[in-house]
Design a protein around this ligand. Sequence first.
Ligand code: MEV
Length: 313
Amino acid sequence: MTHQSNISHKKKVTASAPGKLMIMGEHAVVYGYPCIVSAVNKYLTVKINISKEKKDIIITPGFSDNRFVKEALISFRDKFSLKESIVLKTRSELGNFGLGSSAAVTVAILKALAKIFSLPLSRKELFNFAYKIVQKVQGIGSGFDVAAAIYGGTIYFSKRGEVIESLPTSGMNLVVGYSGVKAETVSLVNLVRQKRRDYPKGIEEIFRNIAELVEKAKMAILTKDWERLGTLMNFNQDYLENLGVSNEKLNSMILAAKNAGAYGAKLSGAGGGDCMIALVSKKTEDSIKKAIEKVGGEMVDVKVGTEGVKIEQ
Ligand code: MEV
């Protein structure tokens, strides 16, 4: 598609995309199985304006990895044959907790560029475009984080994004604990891939079992059966331990949450670090938070089910 330079474009645009928390189905989702993911109320904001300079100016405080930013710009320019230089600034509330900043920054940049150049990009097109960029940079990934950044809320995600269904979030009360260690997503996905090569039958069976739990979890969310969802999360955690992606710190935080009365608890994401989540009632929330902190977890104050990417007015 060629961009007509006589299309009037906006001078300045700000877009923000939310981070995510994996509720259930990590790792299996990489192989096309379903997962459930929620967007969280921490945002990655991108401000773009068109500049008269020859070169782009990119300011990304706190970002150690600019590959997603650069690739998003290159891909967008290629797709729409754009020549203009821009000034791009990011601001992140996502921290280093594994809340999905790569997907959020990619989505927010594409959304802002589409707006500033008045180019139509449906949610589905935005998903396909952003997922391709994340895949190109990272080499792996199911795209669930890209979908969460775009669609927001809580979603059932399957077949690498062919199926994206919105689920209700209200009443789903989660407590999030950071383990203090940054997860190495790519190495963990590769570790599971190697296990799948070495033990194809066993690992595939684990994935199928996880998928079955996800289907049941979808029903539990639809019927707001939190006790059942908690039990399903606990089973999911057992399978993740079998896959070898949990660690002692996460296990002790999960156990502490369960002992303090959580409906269920599990790691969230690739494992090996980052965060654990516990499903709690309003009544048990405070004591569960204290129990997690007591074993060295850091509480991350987020709410699930927030809106997807949007243009700030
Ligand atoms: C990482 O947050 C979740 C994984 O399933 C990888 C992915 O789906 O891209 C391990």
